[in-house]
Design a protein around this ligand. Structure first.
Ligand code: SAM
Length: 288
């Protein structure tokens, strides 16, 4: 490594010698150099400034040790927008875009359901992390009255920063353990949406080097992995307006247990939707 820092190398040589998939290496090199892909292609045989080379070598080594690319770049794209992420928040997943699609469908249906024009729809995102769900909903429907919670103050700080950078309507940020973060006088919501932690504490996936870098509390929630979904569901029925919806993202093997959980709590019109891979991913239920 010391030798590679001291020896000037070309852009092409740096990419080829990174020991990373080409796409990852290129994304890191674009990030540390500030140059576009086209520029790097056109100038591949020119020498790389020592400082850029050194920063690239450091990030490439971290990537080789399994750190998510999003943490190294400090952003992840979600629904066409860049969200800032760091090791305090889950890296947003493409599957969660399906939850936004489902939530917007429910909100649009409720909006067209003969509501008085001066009664805004109210929604809450429980366990907001980087804020991708609340912020995407707010940008799609600036008329929504939105709240978002997390038990991690650091995650809430990231979410607030993203909301500010992306220019959302005001969102109410609430810190605390699931429903205890939401003051009892907050009123009823038309939509409760959540992508909670849903792995069991001993799930083998947690040993995967990619997941090992993400906050444990964003991934696992108890011995069965259903504890967060159960707590949110139990509290949701009393926090939703009649006809309001609860929408979860969950693990591919949790469709049946999540439906059973919602039905036990008194929800109706309970159904599960698949993700793009055809796996159970989103379960919805309506307060009677
Ligand atoms: C799977 S991550 C989802 C983050 C983000 N909503 C997304 O979809 O990318 C779950 C989030 O729930 C939060 N969380 C975990 N336990 C919590 C609790 N008891 N109360 C509130 N939030 C919690 C975590 O900090 C994390 O941000």
């Amino acid at each position: 490594m010391a030798d590679s820092i001291l020896t000037p190398r070309s852009w092409d040589a740096l990419l080829a010698g990174a020991g990373l998939p080409r796409l990852d290496a290129r994304a890191l090199l674009e990030s540390v150099s500030g140059h576009s892909r086209e520029w790097l292609l056109a100038h591949g045989d020119e020498p790389v400034p020592a400082e850029v080379q050194s920063r690239f070598e450091t990030l490439a080594a971290r990537r080789r040790h399994g750190e998510p690319l999003a943490y190294l770049l400090e952003w992840r794209e979600f629904l066409g927008r860049r969200f800032r992420v760091d090791a305090d928040v889950l890296v947003p997943r493409p599957e969660t875009e399906g939850l936004i699609e489902a939530a917007l469908g429910l909100l649009n249906a409720m909006a067209q359901d003969g509501r008085p024009a001066d009664t805004p729809l109210r929604a809450i995102d429980l366990g907001t992390g980087s804020g991708v769900i609340a912020i995407s909903l707010s940008l799609a429907r600036p008329d929504l009255q939105l709240s978002a919670t997390d038990a991690s103050p650091k995650a809430l700080a990231v979410a607030r920063g993203n909301a500010q950078a992306l220019g959302t309507a005001p969102i109410r940020w609430l810190l605390g353990d699931w429903w205890s973060a939401v003051p009892p006088d907050e009123g009823l919501f038309d939509l409760v949406v959540s992508n909670p932690p849903y792995l069991a504490d001993d799930d083998a996936h947690l040993l995967d080097p990619a997941l090992a870098h993400e906050p444990r509390m964003a991934l696992a929630c108890g011995p069965r992995g259903m504890e967060a979904i159960e707590t949110i569901t139990a509290g949701a029925i009393g926090r939703l307006s009649p006809g309001g919806w609860l929408a979860f993202e969950h693990g591919a093997d949790q469709g049946a247990t999540t439906r059973a959980c919602l039905l036990d709590a008194g929800f109706q019109e309970v159904s599960t939707r698949s993700d793009l891979a055809g796996l159970d991913r989103i379960t919805l239920g309506r307060r009677p």
